[in-house]
Design a protein around this ligand. Structure first.
Ligand SMILES: *Cc1c(COP(=O)(O)O)cnc(C)c1O
Length: 245
């Protein structure tokens, strides 16, 4: 029968996203209670890569106000479509950015989490008309597959980035190694927090679907959550490789 072959619509995923977000908020609240923190100090950034604009609209309607993407090209079409459907979140770039995409990026995103070199910060400052909120990405674990400054590079880089007119460094960001037990990455989060504190930087972007509770306990102010909000991604194998944009 024709009624059985209708394609899935965004409406079909709406209830799951709202329920996922409710469960996630409860878990964030619990982690905040354990750490004696207020949940107001933790922004949930929903990472919608691999999902259509309809998923962003559903998350927006469920009350999510921050959305992140890791690729400029995928984000460009999605942001246009989500905006046309009434979703107006703050847009966060969380993936590696090539300097030749800086101009496009500045027109799309409100904050860039993944500034991983002085060279990139300089390109952003040159292209921007006013100070751009950014975080410096730190490769705390030293994995060669990861982007980011080494921890010991952050202080000298920060001094130079702070001198740029159109870059506003608000904090640090890291992607922790993939491990089975999130307790194993607690030292990574702790190191990023100590580094940010010693440099007087208030924002800490750390923690993903599998390890956000530990990150919140260690002081995360922004957690970047994909699967726990939007569900499993089909592109998981592909994204283990370093991103090229
Ligand atoms: C995909 C991605 C996330 C979200 O990952 P999940 O495990 O789906 O929560 C967070 N940060 C970055 C940089 C990502 O690329």
């Amino acid at each position: 029968m024709a009624s059985e072959v209708q394609p899935a619509t965004p409406i079909a995923i709406t209830p799951d996203i709202a329920a996922n977000l409710r469960r996630l908020r409860e878990r964030v609240d619990a982690a905040c209670r354990r750490a004696g923190r207020s949940p107001d100090g933790v922004a949930i950034v929903g990472i919608s890569k691999g999902f259509p604009a309809g998923a962003v609209v559903a998350a927006w309607q469920a009350g999510l106000r921050d959305i992140g993407e890791n690729r400029v090209q995928e984000a460009a079409t999605k942001i246009a479509a989500a905006t046309a459907q009434g979703a107006r979140p703050r847009w966060h770039l969380v993936g590696h950015l090539q300097t030749n995409k800086v101009k496009t990026t500045l027109g799309l995103f409100d904050i860039l989490h993944s500034v991983d070199s002085l060279h990139l910060a300089e390109a952003i400052s040159r292209a921007a008309a006013k100070p751009v909120p950014v975080l410096l990405e730190v490769n705390v674990s030293g994995e060669t597959s990861k982007y980011g400054l080494r921890p010991e590079e952050v202080e000298p880089a920060l001094a130079q980035v702070r001198a740029l007119p159109n870059v506003d460094v608000q904090g640090l960001m890291t992607v922790a190694p993939l491990v089975g037990n999130p307790e194993k990455v607690r030292p990574v989060f702790r190191r990023l927090r100590d580094l940010a504190r010693s440099l007087g930087l208030p924002q800490l972007s750390m923690g993903m679907s599998d390890d956000f509770a530990v990150a919140v306990e260690e002081g995360a102010t922004m957690i970047r959550i994909g699967r726990a909000i939007f569900g499993p991604r089909l592109d998981l194998l592909e994204e283990k490789r370093p991103q090229t944009e």
